[in-house]
Design a protein around this ligand. Sequence first.
Ligand code: ADP
Ligand code: MG
Length: 412
Amino acid sequence: MKFEDYRISEDIKKNIKDLGFKKPTDIQYKAIPPILRGEDVLAIAQTGTGKTAAFAIPIIHLIDQQKSSGSAKGIQALILVPTRELAIQITDAFETIGNNTKVNTTVVYGGVEQDRQINKLKDGADVLVATPGRMFDLINQKYIDLRYLKVLILDEADHMLDLGFIKDIRDIQRHIPRQHQTLFFSATINKSIKKLAYSLVRNPIRIQISPKNPVAKNIEHSVAFIEMDDKRFFLERVINNYPDSKVLAFVRTKIRAERVMKALERVGIKSDTIHGEKEQSDRIEVLNKFKSGKTNVLIATDVSSRGIDIPGVDYVINYDMPEQAENYVHRVGRTGRGSKKGQAVSFCSKDERILLEDIENYLDKPIGILDISKSDYLETLEISNESHTDWKTLIRDNEEMISKKKKKKKKK
Ligand code: ADP
Ligand code: MG
């Protein structure tokens, strides 16, 4: 089946063509028809398989039609997502697929001034993409009115229904009409969250692509046993071995992100960090630089593990093992997107073996081990520029001291 065969507007078809999409992916093929029919859908499909367009295409089509017949008013669709970057990305996708249609998409998220977002809302939005915190702020201030909502979408649904967000999801029900369509999309879901999702809807259509293997088939992933203190040398080696590659490394905390960046700096490797402690404008800038290839190495916390679509990430490195097993799937899923292939390697120290076990239980299969011989391991430590840097730094510091002394003498 081709996109041309769908009963969707010609404008949308053209936009899809301009994006270079030739035919629908599996999840698009299965999810678009029931969404067009107005059914509730729970859709689980691997990372990078085009879930965004799977809900964007039918939603834009439905709203465009309703607007053409003059029967739509107010915000018609609300997409809730866990992070600001993901909100921006989904908004971009809606704007691209909805180009030249009657559908306007607006985004609200925290960490930036609200005035610009309010002005955009005043212009009238049909689709609202939001992170919950800022959205509730603006609902309370009466800038967002969801009385006419027709469809609620939870992207990264299992996360949105988990502890941190479930209260928001329950609260939002009080602001939207009782009769509405609900769509859940994610790459991962567990039994209890699935149950919770079912409790929010009546008879959802359940679509699950490759349920046995949550890691996308385009990702070659393995684990390497590396001690904590040695990890930086191995990251250095990966980056130096593949100097033109885009490398995304995940760490456990914001502090560790900064530390790894400094360690790389010491050996002459430029990198950026992205985490929750950064100013929002910095987060966006860093991500854009990485997307465009201005920087090739990004050190991230799990704030960037879900949903973010960065073209051409060659390597994902789990510099620290993820503490939540499903985040393994999301982290490695930043590579191998669309038709691209990708590699992921997890650095696992002795203390992290228990996390590895959790992940393997979750995946229901072992992760292939990247065998590092003793001599290779030692060589990695030896060839590091860090030891040389120590010399260079010493010499430079020494030279600086000497020249300062000389200057002082001259002044006298
Ligand atoms: P997911 O949400 O499943 O992780 P995304 O929606 O972010 O995946 O899409 C992953 C990538 O695949 C994006 O870059 C998107 O533009 C691309 N893509 C989506 N649908 C198609 C398609 N039908 N053909 C080719 N590429 C597609
Ligand atoms: Mg997605």
